[in-house]
Design a protein around this ligand. Structure first.
Ligand SMILES: C[S@@+](CC[C@H](N)C(=O)[O-])C[C@H]1O[C@@H](n2cnc3c(N)ncnc32)[C@H](O)[C@@H]1O
Length: 164
């Protein structure tokens, strides 16, 4: 793990209002819709890789989704989510680590990543990410990745036609 990356992300989350982050999405409905559509109806047993302080977990908890894990390099982002959730945080597992050198201790049925994989720009980082994805997911798991494209927008935008 490169501590500079961790310092970068911790600083980003500590110094920016969540709503002002360029990738902030107040409504994770599109993601939830995709999970419901491709996850066979019921969502459970999900790891959100690079969860940041995303509101996806709020929506999943509101739907009664069980077995939620939030994984992120930034303990600051995870702490913000824990604070925001209050007592509901007890229904969520929080894991701080670097996806590139993590050693998963279990497997999940759903792997969700919104805006992390595109930071894996070297062959080495991509191989490490894929290896951990493989180790941490069961056969037949649903993998949902949302990434920027090269030369993409400076601010994440909703994908037209992506709603289920
Ligand atoms: C653009 S933000 C997206 C956050 C969240 N998925 C969302 O949609 O709001 C990227 C996130 O990836 C995390 N991240 C970056 N590199 C990582 C790594 N190597 N391992 C784990 N998390 C990482 C950052 O800390 C940050 O929370």
């Amino acid at each position: 793990m490169t501590s500079s990356n961790k310092a970068h992300w911790n600083s980003r989350f500590a110094t920016t209002d969540p709503e002002a982050l360029t990738w902030f999405d107040p409504d994770a409905g599109i993601t939830v819709g995709l999970l419901e559509r491709f996850g066979g109806g019921e969502i459970s047993d999900l790891i959100d890789v690079g969860a940041g302080n995303s509101r996806l977990v709020d929506e999943l908890l509101a739907k009664g989704v069980k077995d939620l894990t939030l994984f992120d390099l930034s303990d600051e982002a995870l702490a913000q989510t824990r604070t925001r959730l209050g007592p509901r945080a007890g229904d969520v597992a929080f894991l701080a680590g670097d996806i590139r050198d993590w050693q998963p201790k279990r497997q999940w049925n759903i792997w969700h990543d919104r805006a992390v994989f595109h930071f894996m720009v070297s062959d080495e980082d991509q191989a490490a990410y894929i290896s951990n994805l493989d180790l941490a997911t069961r056969a037949g798991a649903l993998i949902l990745l949302a990434t920027f494209q090269p030369g993409g927008a400076g601010k994440m935008q909703r994908l037209a036609g992506c709603a289920p």
